[in-house]
Design a protein around this ligand. Structure first.
Ligand SMILES: N[C@@H](CCC(=O)N[C@@H](CS)C(=O)NCC(=O)O)C(=O)O
Length: 218
């Protein structure tokens, strides 16, 4: 049996969302952990832009955008779990697009404020807070961002909210205006699928035996 190959980097939020979607749909992959400073030649042949994650499917298609990998997983699921695209697609698209543009922009400046001296750290923190508060307001009404069951938007945003929270855990987890988002983040951090996909692996090299990363089947 041939498995799709996934070039991934454990801590990358884009790779985390891709691995989460693959795990949710119980799709086993040949995992190749990438050392970003020394990217494998095969990965660069497949996708010269050089970002992770990259999925090389068993039918030899290259999927090199994390959201496309998530959508590919929707089509190739083996878990019998419900689709992640059943509710309010417009809201999901809006949340994901804003996450990947505006939120990511301010998150990078908040995390690396030492390099972005145009504004003090508090300015960047206030910018991320505006969006975090909007997410919190959504969660006041329901268990997940879009409805009462997990959707693609939850999996897609979670690694970025996690990164933001971990930039200053005390500030995030004690912030009085983010109670619902704190609970939502905690439930993802404790989720067995997240724990599974965050296992640590050595960077792959071409001499290695294929490592098949099996996803939980129920
Ligand atoms: N739009 C891409 C972004 C992926 C991305 O930027 N990944 C980062 C790691 S978190 C990367 O590979 N950067 C290239 C590098 O660091 O050399 C996606 O959604 O897959």
């Amino acid at each position: 049996m041939t498995y799709p190959i996934l070039y991934s980097f454990r801590r990358c939020p884009y790779a985390i969302r891709a691995r989460l979607a693959l795990a949710y749909h119980a799709i086993d992959v040949e995992l190749r952990e990438v050392f970003l400073k020394d990217k494998p030649a095969h990965m660069l042949e497949l996708s010269p832009k050089g970002s992770v994650p990259v999925l090389y499917t068993s039918s030899q298609h290259v999927v090199d955008e994390s959201l496309d990998i998530m959508r590919w997983a929707e089509q190739h699921g083996a878990s019998g779990r419900p689709s992640l695209i059943t509710h309010d697609v417009d809201l999901q698209e809006h949340l994901i697009a804003r996450n990947d543009t505006t939120f990511k922009h301010w998150l990078d400046r908040y995390k690396y404020h030492v390099r972005h001296t145009e504004h003090p750290r508090e300015h960047y923190q206030a910018k991320v807070l505006e969006i975090l508060q909007e997410l919190d307001a959504l969660l006041e009404e329901r268990d997940f961002l879009v409805c009462d069951v997990p959707q693609l938007a939850d999996l897609a945003l979670f690694p970025f909210v996690r990164q933001c929270a971990f930039s200053d855990q005390k500030w995030f987890f004690e912030h009085p205006q983010l109670p619902h988002l704190q609970a939502w983040l905690n439930s993802w951090l404790e989720h067995p699928l997240f724990k599974h996909i965050m296992r640590k692996f050595e960077p792959w090299s071409p001499e290695d035996e294929p490592f098949i990363f099996h996803m939980p089947k129920s």
